[in-house]
Design a protein around this ligand. Structure first.
Ligand code: GPV
Length: 839
């Protein structure tokens, strides 16, 4: 690294003309400069989109100052760092969040108004960067925000996909996927770093010398380059700014000279270009594993570059490898990046030439693994053949560490062959596979679940045999969400009300437990009226959005009933739509008098289905068919309106969540690891109708079961029901459910989709893995409770206010503090703000 002398430093400093000014004139000058010099447009004529670009570049300038200062400071202190490795970062739009975090939203708003632009309209110009599927990717984004806010020297590492999660369109009621080429109009938030590039090898051969794991030489194959793209992550109310580093693949520098000499110039160029495909597309599966080779390449590609980058940073200040785990903590967001642990081991052995015992100690002192599901279809099991051909040394090392591990298990549990079978990293005899969860558990010092119930299930069943081997490894880290995006930004009216009510300050934004104070106002008319007004304003915004994007008019004076999340059997969107059918049939049978008592509802169901998930796509079609019929039935006079909420994503989540009255979290008990939107809805004053699953359990503990509509079988009842025969279940099919099926079969909701018909037939025949029939009666009963409560608006609002007040636990700040204290053993490092010093 180039070290400049003090004198040169002074000179360089004066050249940079100080930091960006915070006054209106400086803001305007910087925006207009970017219009002219960065965009190449004239400052006398530019559109809203250009204003968005220039404003973002102007904000980015400030973030870069903070990022560089933070990084310099941490380097100068040889600070311990946390690295969050994830194949997904579902960031959502950046402009508002960045302005809010650096406390300049008002200043930019005024500065822009002055030159003829509305900040709110400029926000709408930004694409929604969607490099994630659902909860797992969004959690990573919330964690970045909290780590920056809490002054933790941390970095996120992932992949810069050219195509994010597909855009969902609906044609004839069916989901149609559109490619999300989010970079089409450029991305002002990223900083391309061609100077930060690492080679990544695939395939080839390896030879080993020495005994034991030996020292490997890995040669040949294909080498591609990883190029860094950095996005600054500012904290709220702190100067600290962290880095999200995403890798893009580019052709390597090794040429196939033979081909060139053979005159196959164009062909060999095209072959080189193939390297770029590695980071082309995000796989659109949520909680389901698909054994595609390209996906494995993505995983190794980003882990290999990341490990090189981390080691390079470590070597800036250190020579003693035993300090590595003390200074570097790497968290694995599920097993998707688990190959990073084997890669670190390989580098320590084959490149750094450390003895095996020392290398292994370093690996297990460095990694932590977070599990996000108990669903067997999500567990990654890469075929040994594929691993062997793509990453021969890694496969060899996995066999080696597995053998050592199994020998130890044999010693500690003599004669327990079953256990060996289960905890082995390798599954099967002919078609051998690597169980990545087992690799991750053995390579990590801690393994955590994401909600209390989920961690319980890990210990008691999914990873029981590991838990008995390593009881101290397992712990719980209940998820959280960032109150910056999910309250302060998306619901400014509610944020203002909270600030006005507690102490005229917004320090609750970094200390969510403070919000508890508003519980004292839940009965105070003045406060309740203001809360009602906030909710109505949010509902108006949603009404406007639905009118604009879907051309549907919805009434304001209805209960807004919302179920938005990825479409999955276990999340039971099917049970919701069957309930809607039941409700519709009920209304059809009512007289005028009875109908006057019905609470009008607008039902929103939204979410994407994985393109290859037939049943989930069938559910979407069914929802749209039911919507079609009900919305066009004049006889029920808008008592129910069904809206399929199209293309559910982070930016429209920020509109629908604040507007919800009732929110549904109705997974079969024991299937949803945590859920995180349940936390967002609660913070925004929606009441939950939900099962005792995932984090719902802890939400109930915090806000009180009486402030939710809890229903359904618990984990044990689910187990018992599943252990029964199909005959048993068939004999107990819920009558109302049967009627709903009949209505569908009779064609009340249009022509029958064969897939759906088969699905419903199987439930009728007693094959009901997700327990729709078991839970239907209590679901209906909970819905009725919700109606009754809604008729008593005073009670409803009181419950909603208590929910907000007691949602403090679910700030991701609390979650990150727990990771810091219990897994990473790291403390905050507050960097000095240069603005605090006289220049
Ligand atoms: I594994 N999750 C996800 O979004 N995608 C995945 O591939 C896997 C898990 C989710 C869980 O389903 C949620 O219950 C959980 O709240 C979320 O991860 C964050 O932990």
């Amino acid at each position: 690294a180039l070290k400049v002398s003090e004198g040169t430093r002074e000179n360089l400093w004066s050249l940079m003309n100080s930091y960006q000014g915070r006054d209106s004139r400086s803001i305007q000058r910087s925006i207009v400069n970017h219009v002219e010099y960065t965009l190449g447009l004239t400052r006398f004529n530019f559109k809203d989109f250009n204003a968005y670009q220039a404003t973002s570049y102007s904000v980015r300038d400030r973030l870069i100052e903070q990022l560089n200062d933070s990084n310099e400071y941490f380097n100068s202190q040889n600070s311990k760092r946390v690295y969050y490795l994830s194949l997904e970062f579902l960031l959502g739009r950046m402009l508002q969040n960045s302005l809010v975090n650096i406390d300049m939203e008002k200043k930019y708003k005024d500065a822009l108004t002055d030159i003829g632009f509305k900040l709110e309209e400029i926000y709408e110009e930004e694409v929604d960067p969607a490099l994630g599927n659902g909860g797992l990717g969004r959690l990573a984004a919330c964690f970045l925000d909290s780590m920056a806010t809490l002054d933790i020297p941390a970095m996120g590492y992932g992949i810069r996909y050219d195509y994010g999660i597909f855009k969902q369109q609906i044609q004839d009621g069916y989901q149609v996927e559109q490619p999300d080429y989010w970079l089409a109009k450029g991305n002002p938030w990223e900083i391309e770093r061609p100077d930060v590039a690492y080679p990544v090898r695939f395939g080839g051969t390896f030879t080993k010398s020495g005994s034991g794991c030996g020292v490997g030489r890995w040669e040949g194959g294909e080498v591609v380059m990883a190029i860094a793209y950095d996005t600054p992550v500012p904290g709220f109310n702190t100067y600290n700014t962290n880095r999200l580093r995403l890798w893009r693949s580019r052709p390597g520098n090794e040429f196939d000279l033979q081909k060139f000499n053979d005159g196959q110039y164009d062909k060999s160029i095209m072959e080189r270009q193939r390297a770029e495909y590695i980071t082309s597309v995000l796989y659109p599966n949520d909680s389901t594993w698909e054994g595609k080779q390209l996906r494995l390449k993505q995983q190794y590609f980003f882990c290999c570059a990341t490990i090189q980058d981390i080691i390079k940073r470590f070597k800036l200040n250190n020579t003693n490898w035993n300090d590595f785990p003390k200074l570097n903590q790497i968290q694995l967001n599920d097993t998707h990046p688990a190959i990073a642990a084997i890669e670190l081991l390989r580098v320590l052995l084959d490149v750094e030439r450390l003895p095996y015992d020392q290398a292994w100690m370093i690996v297990t002192g460095t990694f932590g693994y977070t599990n996000h599901t108990v669903l067997p279809e999500a567990l990654e099991k890469w075929s040994v053949n594929m691993l062997q051909s793509l990453l021969p040394r890694h496969m060899d090392l996995i066999f080696f560490i597995n053998q050592i591990f199994l020998e130890e298990v044999k010693r500690r549990f003599p004669g327990d062959g079953r256990r060996l079978e289960v905890v082995s990293m390798i599954e099967g005899w002919e078609d051998k596979r690597v169980r990545m969860a087992n690799v991750a558990i053995v390579c990590s010092h801690h393994v955590n679940g994401v909600a209390a119930l989920h961690t319980q299930i890990l210990k008691a069943s999914v990873f029981k045999d590991f838990y008995e081997i390593f009881p101290d490894k397992f712990l719980n880290m209940t998820n959280g969400v960032t109150p910056r995006r999910w309250l302060y930004c998306c619901n400014p009216g509610l944020a203002q009300l909270i600030s006005d009510t507690i102490n005229n300050d917004d320090d609750w934004v970094t200390d969510m437990r403070m919000v508890e104070e508003i519980a004292a106002y839940a009965d105070e008319q003045g406060f309740v009226d203001k809360f009602k007004q906030v909710k109505v304003d949010c509902k108006k915004q949603l009404q406007h959005y639905i009118e604009k994007t879907q051309g549907i008019h919805i009434r304001l004076d209805a209960m807004y009933d919302v179920l938005v999340k990825r479409i999955h059997e276990y999340k039971r969107q099917l049970m919701d739509i069957l309930y809607i059918i039941h409700r519709y049939l009920q209304i059809l049978g009512m007289n005028e008098e009875q109908r006057r008592n019905v609470v009008p509802r607008v039902v929103f169901i939204g979410g994407k289905a994985a393109p290859g998930y037939k049943d989930a796509k069938g559910f979407i079609k069914l929802i749209n068919s039911v919507a079609d019929r009900i919305n066009n039935d004049k006889s029920i006079n808008d008592l129910i309106k069904v809206v399929f909420f199209k293309n559910y994503c982070v930016s429209n989540a920020q509109i629908i969540i604040p507007a919800a009255d009732l929110s549904q979290h109705i997974s079969t008990a024991g299937t949803e690891a945590s859920g995180t939107s349940n936390m967002k809805f609660t913070m925004n004053g929606a009441l939950i109708i939900g099962t005792m699953d995932g984090a719902n359990v802890e939400i109930a503990q915090e806000i009180g079961k009486e402030n939710m509509f809890v229903f359904g079988a618990d984990v044990h009842e689910v187990d018992r029901y599943r252990a029964q025969t199909d005959e048993y279940r068939k004999g107990r099919l819920d009558g109302r459910l049967r009627n709903a099926f009949r209505a569908i079969y009779e064609g009340k909701f249009g022509a029958l989709n064969d897939d759906i018909k088969g699905y419903l037939n199987r439930i009728e025949a007693g094959s009901d893995h997700y327990c729709l029939s078991l839970d239907f009666a209590s679901y209906v009963e909970a819905q009725e409770r919700a109606d009754r409560t809604y008729r008593d608006q005073a009670l409803w609002n009181k419950m909603a206010i208590i929910g907000i007040a007691k949602s403090g636990k679910f700030s991701s700040d609390r979650t990150i503090q727990e990771y810091c204290a219990q897994i990473w053993k790291i403390t905050p490092k507050r960097i000095p703000n240069p603005a605090d010093k006289p220049q």
